[in-house]
Design a binder for this molecule. Structure first.
Ligand code: KG4
Ligand code: ZN
Length: 339
């Protein structure tokens, strides 16, 4: 079975041809540069950029894979959540290819794409926990099986990646801020600034990041000399705080499940922020201390990509052969509206 997958929910235009044999025949992702000077994604620019490039990278993906479009069995695309302009470009494009080829079209939930990415390269043991750490979402799920996800907690304000990006902007770094903060933090003192640790009381499974961003804003406004040392110290203190929050949420989640007699042995980190090596190492240590292993998707499935969308499509289609050409892109799609 060959799947042609499209991802355009934010600022990555990505196309993948993937088989149910787990072979990735081609995977092309174009990361839009147009947003760099604005310090964040500009939705109108994003949809235009998707429109300009999608046909070209799709042709290139077919050439690279040496596959004729008639040999594709299923077309799929992200149908939400995300920026509506981008979702419309990608889903209309993939639906048109499906109609033209007289093949099924499978709508995919972007969050489910991230969640199922871990099953591509790991032998998962259901149920397991997944921390979804992206630029738009921060959620904890209990994954009971493909198609059965229980939301245990989520952010009440900013997403964790958004916090990285906003702090990076305050420090005049370019977008996306996560990788640069991680780099600067290597040279900084992680105890230089004491930052808030919100929702720590009552072992709460929800997150809140906006107060940390405000605290950093106040520190930056007061600072007269914004030199390299100051930037590295802020980056290190911020990253340490985020990592401490994730560590404590891991402990709270394990405690929550233990009280309900739900046994788990694996914790998965998915999404762009999971690419952060410092956070990964800390999460790994605390999980091992509690007899759980950390499982991760392949690196190329962490930040937004179409390979995870194609892989989610394969798993879901094999279960219920669901196809729906009339599914409307929904910028606020949640896991509860599962496809
Ligand atoms: O999963 P993703 O590519 O897109 C969404 O679905 O939102 O996540 C993007 C986010 C951005 O906020 C980016 O700054 C963050 O992931 N990110 C990182 C790192 N690499 C990407 N955050 C922290 N450390 C990193 N190394
Ligand atoms: Zn994403």
């Amino acid at each position: 079975m060959l799947v042609f997958a499209v991802e355009t929910s934010c600022d990555e235009t990505s196309v993948c041809i993937i088989g149910n044999n787990k072979k990735i025949y081609s995977h092309i992702t174009y990361s839009q540069e147009e947003h760099k000077k604005f310090g964040g994604v500009v939705p109108e620019l994003a949809s235009r950029a998707h429109l300009q490039i999608i046909q070209k990278i799709s042709k290139n993906a077919l050439i690279e894979a040496d596959i004729d479009i008639d040999d594709i069995d299923i077309f799929c695309s992200t149908c939400g959540p995300g920026l509506i302009g981008g979702l419309l470009v990608g889903s209309t494009f993939a639906k048109s290819l499906a109609i033209g080829s007289n093949k099924p079209f499978v709508p995919i939930n972007h969050l489910e794409g991230h969640l199922l990415s871990t099953t591509f390269n790991n032998k998962v043991e259901f149920p397991y926990i997944s921390f979804l750490l992206t630029g738009g979402h921060t959620q904890i799920y209990l994954i009971k099986s493909v198609n059965n996800y229980i939301l245990l907690g989520e952010t009440l304000d900013d997403a964790v990646g958004e916090a990285f990006d906003k702090v990076a902007k305050l420090l005049k770094m370019s977008y996306p801020g996560g990788p640069e903060i991680e780099n600067k933090a290597k040279l900084g003192n992680k105890s230089a600034f004491k930052l808030p640790h919100p929702l720590h009381k009552n072992k709460n499974l929800n997150f809140s990041f906006s107060g940390i961003k405000t605290a950093i804003n106040l520190i930056v406004c007061k600072q007269k000399n914004i030199d390299e040392k100051f930037i590295s110290d802020i980056a290190a203190s911020f990253q340490e705080t985020i990592s401490k929050i994730i560590e404590s949420k891991i402990l709270f989640t394990l405690d929550y499940l233990k009280k309900r007699k739900i046994n788990i042995s694996q914790i998965s980190l998915v999404g762009g922020v999971a690419a952060n090596q410092f956070i990964y190492e800390k999460a790994k240590k605390i999980s091992h201390d509690h007899k759980c292993s950390i499982i991760m998707p392949p690196k190329y499935m962490l930040s937004d990509n179409s390979a995870m969308i194609g892989w989610a499509c394969i798993q879901k289609y094999l279960i219920n052969e669901f196809s729906n050409l009339y599914f409307k892109a929904n910028p606020r799609l949640t896991i509860k509206d599962n496809l």
